[in-house]
Design a protein around this ligand. Sequence first.
Ligand code: ATP
Ligand code: K
Ligand code: MG
Length: 654
Amino acid sequence: SIPLGVDLGNNNSVIAVARNRGIDIVVNEVSNRSTPSIVGFGVKNRSIGETGKNQQNSNLKNTVENLKRILALDPASPDYDVEKRYFTSPLVVKDGQVASQVRFLGKQDEFTSTQLVAMYLSKIKETTAKETKGKITDICLAVPVWYTEQQRRAAADACRIAGLNPVRIVNEVTAAAVGYGVFKTDLPVEEPKKVAFVDIGHSTYTVSIVSIKKGELKVLGSASDKHFGGRDFDRAITEHFADEFKSKYKIDIRENLKAYSRISAAAEKLKKVLSANTSAPFNVESVMNDVDVSSSMSREELEELVEPLLQRVHVPVEQALAAAGLTAEEIDTVEIIGGCTRVPSLKERLSKVFGKPLSTTLNQDEAIAKGAAFICAMHSPTLRVRPFKFEDCNPYSVTYYWQKDAEETDHLEVFPKGGLYPATKMITLYRTKDFEVEARYTNPTELPEGTSPFIAKWKFTGVEVPAGEDSAVCKLKIRNDPSGFFTVESAYVVEEKEVEELVENPDAKEGDEPEYQKVKKLVKKNDLEISVEGYALSSKVLNEFVEKETAMIMEDKLVADTEDRKNALEEYIYELRGKLEDQYKDFASPEEKEKLTAMLAKTEDWLYDDGYDSTKGKYVAKYEELASIGNLIRGRYLAKEQERKDSLMSKQEA
Ligand code: ATP
Ligand code: K
Ligand code: MG
């Protein structure tokens, strides 16, 4: 399979694939290098990505955006209410998960956030397969650094539902840094360079401090403002005009979903214009009640509107520096990515906080996807990539807990905040019987507010105390794995055994009898059986979701094929009618002409009447009916053409 890297953006997503030549961005069906992160539901099918965006305004209540914000979002978290304000479709809680309520196929339905992300990823998969004409299975998916175990598990599940194998879940900024490390040719070989990567996107602002040299990087510290990005700018502009238009035009766009959404879309455009211009007009026709609105905004006004955000710019920088144990002066380069870093006032503030100019070595829109594709390729057994080692930084402290038995303690902070991963640790427990271990985030205050500290719980069975001992010595191999998951990889009982060991004798001569001595050693006695209770979907539920998704994909495909056949029939009618008067004129008998003309008229009438919303089979049948005569005439015409060409050739040769 072709290694795939996906930057699942809140606003738009970017797809990259690794090939022998290097990393390529995959363009979508309308040749765009990024695709709106939107899932729309209709009467007949889903509209995902570009088509979802096109239909958004006429289908607001059934269009879902901000997918990554709600993925496995704890409904108990205050962010649930924050997100609700950005949704035009109702958010509900289904089986404990945030879900979206929509009308689909003519009835009300609910889809969990995991399913919604899966829908989007299956569209990405389809786009990639079409563009590359290759098999797409493995994916490296980039996620925000603040994603918890629960959200990472949901991301991996979403990949699986979409028929993708998540070889690695990676932090977005880390993926960009890896891309930088792999492709930058002038990195130091000895003393690593300290680079700050800043990503401000549509919804999140992240800073990661990275130590980097040729062939290797380490993330030293990261910090995010989970509520800082382009959508906050858009919101501020929209709210400003909502007030203005209320007094100026006596319309209240807050009372009208469609009007609010249209002003919001225009606000985004205005924001972009103000990144390059110091002022810009703002005009939207027929916003509501047939009122056209007209206004303008200067860059300074925009900066005033977002001043509360601008005042927070320094926070993630300072937090990330503190986590990395560095000062701003010690940073060699500041690399910016993300669409929102095009905003001049943000650039200014960032540059001021770091006390140095900003650098734009990376393509700010594509760096994450490219890095992710490279990471996916690193895991590919078939594609060879340049060796590159990278370690990420654990953003939250994690402790493993157990019920005290024969050991002294009942918990251990195995992975402290700031530790590098992937990482493996062995812990030893002294148990008299089967037991459980639970992993939890140590400090709920480090987590996004309202997040449950629970990570996972493991049950170990098969503990037998050896004769003559008080307890069994159990070894647990614990891992913070490459995707950031916290796992227990294996567990086994060890036993002290007397074994014979060869005595090393440097003076021994050839032919001497080897000497052995008896030593006591810990050897593995038996593996413990492990069962886990975590956030990953059970295989039963996963399979159900896979089946549902597969059925929806088939249905969408049928709808698309039907539309395609209908268009083909319509085109054929016009084509045949035209040619019958033109190049086919002399190749059809008057009877044939009359018959075909009548058939064309009849089929056309049918298309605009009963056949307007028919089946794929019917469209194909009608096409073939016409083609049975059409092809006959075409055959005669082509034969004559060939004859003409042949005679021309022989004349030339003669
Ligand atoms: P996130 O990283 O939060 O998940 P994302 O990856 O989709 O979101 P990006 O693609 O990095 O976000 O950036 C999109 C944001 O950047 C949008 O809010 C968009 O309006 C904004 N943006 C794009 N170009 C400009 C510009 N020229 N000036 C200002 N803002 C811009
Ligand atoms: K993006
Ligand atoms: Mg982004």
